[in-house]
Structures are given as structure tokens and as C-alpha cells.
Design a protein around this ligand. Structure first.
Ligand code: NAG
Ligand code: NAG
Ligand code: NAG
Length: 380
């Protein structure tokens, strides 16, 4: 890995860029373990801001962001990172719109990135069915902008955030990387299209490509520095852990479980919940193992399915709140059962999920939620 590392994180609509950077003069993070820790933290932050690109790069420019324009991420998370890495030039945040090809090209021409980790996207299945164009625009079309900029400026490594939603509802579980991709909602389709564009482009280049297909992400930073704080108006589309915490905090009257007549052991949907700390680690390993001219496609999951009922019980225990649960009819577009076969990523990247205790992951996330009632507005 190159000694000098910078990251670029951005938000889909109103992007941001972060670049951690061991300053010039050949200084590095010294100890590779430390470095990978550091990379991990940044990726964690990125994952938590939900919509980001990370880039490894070599030179620097700085543009100050205006606060609060991040449509899906949190400027507060960036501020936390800035306090963690106060050294001048080590962490850099650039604010720009990924849909703005001119702005993206300018950033690429002013900087020499070693790699791009492209997280930037909108990511709610429900929202994607209501506003499909937003999804094709911000996922597929914006990925094209990134690829074009990478090609134009000779950036050779891409780590792409994809999703298990690209598989749709396969007949056979667990899902391997060979499982046919037949997405059933605009979110999954937009991601699948992005993958296809990346793979077609790759055929004619010696780019190093890693595609990571995330399963259901939960948890937060075990050291309590960063947590998940989606916009209030996005709550209804949000993830089950957010819904559970909102109910535990009394923000919502209870938890709605949609669908109790699926063909599963307890009738509720089954998902594979992957802790964000493990996800971070998967990105670090993907980056380390990325090779010119090669493509690696990996499921990132635990390999273990948990039912929504199990999840709700774990959440009650983690929060200590006897959350009220309403059982409602199925939500359109939900699949009964989804879990991964994580063999390939274990064999090829030496990665396995370590945070596999649902209740523990939720306890960690709950600690942050409890101490940040207004998200990043009120750190305590
Ligand atoms: C961010 O938002 C503020 C207030 O809404 C606005 O004045 C500013 O121009 C925005 N910044 C960017 C870079 O869009
Ligand atoms: C996504 O794309 C739409 C265009 O369909 C755009 O108006 C919007 O600002 C983009 N960003 C987000 C976060 O929705
Ligand atoms: C795989 O990872 C584990 C810990 O994550 C490490 O102890 C082991 O040495 C690694 N194996 C290889 C072959 O790199």
C-alpha cells in the first residue's frame, strides 16, 4: 500500500470528501497494524455517514464544507473524525456533488488518488420503489461519473459498495456469489447496473476492482465515537435497528413488524445482519488484496440468518425497554429469507465476521443513541 493516504467521502447529492493523510516527507503511519486501524476508523465513519466515496491519494487541496448540506450523511461525523486526526493535511474533507461531472473531474485533476472506495448512494428499498429515478440517477449514473473520472485520470483501484439486493429473491439459500442476480426493486437493479458497468469497463483495462455485496448492516463504533443518525424524515424508510431504537426512546409508539406469515420458522423475515465494524474490516482487506487487472466479488455477511422476531427480542434486551410491537401485513417488495454464504471472502480475503452477537451489536449502537439524542447535534 502507498504510504500516503487520503480519502474522499461524499454524499450522493451534496457530497463531501475526507482525506486522512500522513503528511509529506515519507512519514507514514509507521506500523501497518496501526495504519489499518486508522483506515478502519475512516471507513467506519464513511459507512456510518451512509453515502460516501473514499479515495486514497497523494496530494492535497482543501475546501471548507458548508455545514448541514449532506443529504444522507452527517457533517457531525466528519467533525468527530477531524478531532481524531487533527494533524494538518492528514484528513481532508472536500465538498462536491458526485452528479456534477465537472466538479468531480476537477477534484481528480487536482489530486492523485491511489484508489477510490465508492460508497456514495441512496440506499432504501422502499424509497427506491417510490422514486426510482432518484435511484438510477444517484447510484447508476453517478457511478458512471466516478468511473469516467477514474479512467480519465488513471486511477487504478476501485472498491465498490454493492448489495445483497442485487440477488433479488433467490430460490436457494445461502446466497453465494454465483447465485443469479435478479433484483426485484429499483435499488437492487440500480446497483446491479453499476456492477455491470464496472465489470464491462474492467474487461478492457487493468483496473483493480473489488465489489462488496453487503448484507444488512447494523451496529456502530464500539468506542462510541460515531453512530447512525439518519434524517428524521427518512425514519419511515429506515433500518430495523433505527426503528427499534426510536421505539425504545419513545420517539415512536412502538415497532411495526410487517409480515408474520412468511415461510420461515417463526413467520417473520430472515436476514443476515452484519456489524459495521466487520464491514469496515472487509473494506480494508479488499483494499489490501486488490490486484491490477483482477476483479473480486464478495458477499459480506455472517452466513447466519436471523428472524425479525429474534432481532426484536435482542433489541428489547439491548435497550432494556419492553418495546411495544405491532404485527402488520407484509410490506410489498420484501423477500422472506436472505442470508449469505461467506466462504469466498473467508478463503480469498481471510475475512470472517467477528461481531456476530446481535444483542451485543445493538447494545453498542444503543449506547451511542442514548447519549446522542439529537444525533450529531448534541454530542455528550
Ligand atoms: C449549504 O447550505 C447553505 C444553507 O442552506 C447554503 O447557503 C450553501 O450554499 C450550501 N453549500 C453548498 C456547498 O451547497
Ligand atoms: C438524486 O437524484 C435526484 C435526481 O433524480 C436528485 O434530484 C437528488 O438531489 C439526488 N440526491 C439525493 C440524495 O436524492
Ligand atoms: C488471517 O487473519 C487472521 C486474523 O484476522 C490472522 O491471524 C491470520 O494470520 C491471517 N491469515 C493469513 C493467511 O493472512
Amino acid at each position: 500500500m502507498k504510504a500516503k493516504i487520503k480519502y474522499w467521502i461524499r454524499d450522493a447529492m451534496r457530497p463531501l470528501i475526507i482525506r486522512p493523510y500522513p503528511n509529506a516527507g515519507g512519514m507514514d503511519y509507521v506500523d501497518p497494524k496501526k495504519k489499518s486501524n486508522f483506515v478502519g476508523k475512516i471507513v467506519l465513519a464513511a459507512a456510518l455517514t451512509a453515502l460516501c466515496i473514499l479515495m486514497l491519494k497523494q496530494s492535497s487541496t482543501f475546501r471548507s464544507p458548508s455545514p448541514d448540506n449532506l443529504s444522507r450523511g452527517n457533517i457531525g461525523a466528519v467533525r468527530v473524525l477531524e478531532t481524531l486526526f487533527p494533524q494538518h493535511g492528514r484528513l481532508q474533507f472536500i465538498y462536491a456533488d458526485l452528479g456534477d461531472a465537472k466538479a468531480v473531474n476537477k477534484i481528480f485533476s487536482e489530486n492523485a488518488f491511489d484508489a477510490v472506495i465508492h460508497f456514495a448512494a441512496v440506499a432504501y428499498v422502499g424509497e427506491s420503489t417510490l422514486d426510482p429515478l432518484k435511484y438510477y440517477h444517484n447510484i447508476t449514473s453517478n457511478t458512471l461519473v466516478v468511473l469516467e473520472a477514474m479512467a480519465a485520470h488513471g486511477v487504478q483501484t476501485l472498491i465498490y459498495s454493492s448489495t445483497c439486493a442485487t440477488y433479488g429473491e433467490p430460490e436457494k439459500m445461502p446466497i453465494t456469489e454465483q447465485t443469479p442476480q435478479l433484483p426485484i426493486n429499483p435499488y437492487g437493479k440500480a446497483k446491479k447496473m453499476s456492477e455491470d458497468i464496472i465489470l464491462d469497463f474492467h474487461k478492457n483495462s487493468d483496473m483493480a476492482v473489488m465489489i462488496l455485496r453487503y448484507f444488512n448492516v447494523i451496529g456502530s463504533d464500539p468506542e462510541g465515537r460515531l453512530g447512525e443518525a439518519p434524517r428524521p424524515e427518512l425514519r419511515e424508510h429506515g433500518r430495523i435497528s433505527g426503528a427499534c431504537f426510536d421505539a425504545a426512546r419513545g420517539i415512536t409508539p412502538g415497532l411495526k413488524v410487517r409480515g408474520t406469515d412468511y415461510k420461515t420458522a417463526d413467520g417473520t423475515c430472515i436476514r443476515d445482519y452484519i456489524d459495521v465494524s466487520d464491514l469496515v474490516d472487509a473494506h480494508v482487506r479488499a483494499l489490501e488484496k486488490a490486484k491490477p487487472g483482477k476483479v473480486g466479488i464478495y458477499n459480506v455477511g455472517t452466513g447466519k440468518g436471523r428472524s425479525v422476531n429474534e432481532f426484536v427480542e435482542a433489541c428489547k434486551k439491548a435497550t432494556g425497554v419492553e418495546i411495544k410491537v405491532d404485527f402488520l401485513p407484509r410490506r410489498p417488495g420484501d423477500y422472506a429469507e436472505v442470508f449469505s454464504d461467506p466462504t469466498k471472502i473467508r478463503d480469498e480475503l481471510n475475512w470472517t465476521a467477528r461481531y456476530t452477537n446481535l444483542q451485543e451489536s445493538l447494545e453498542i449502537a444503543w449506547r451511542w443513541q442514548k447519549s446522542h439524542r439529537d444525533g450529531y447535534g448534541s454530542p455528550s
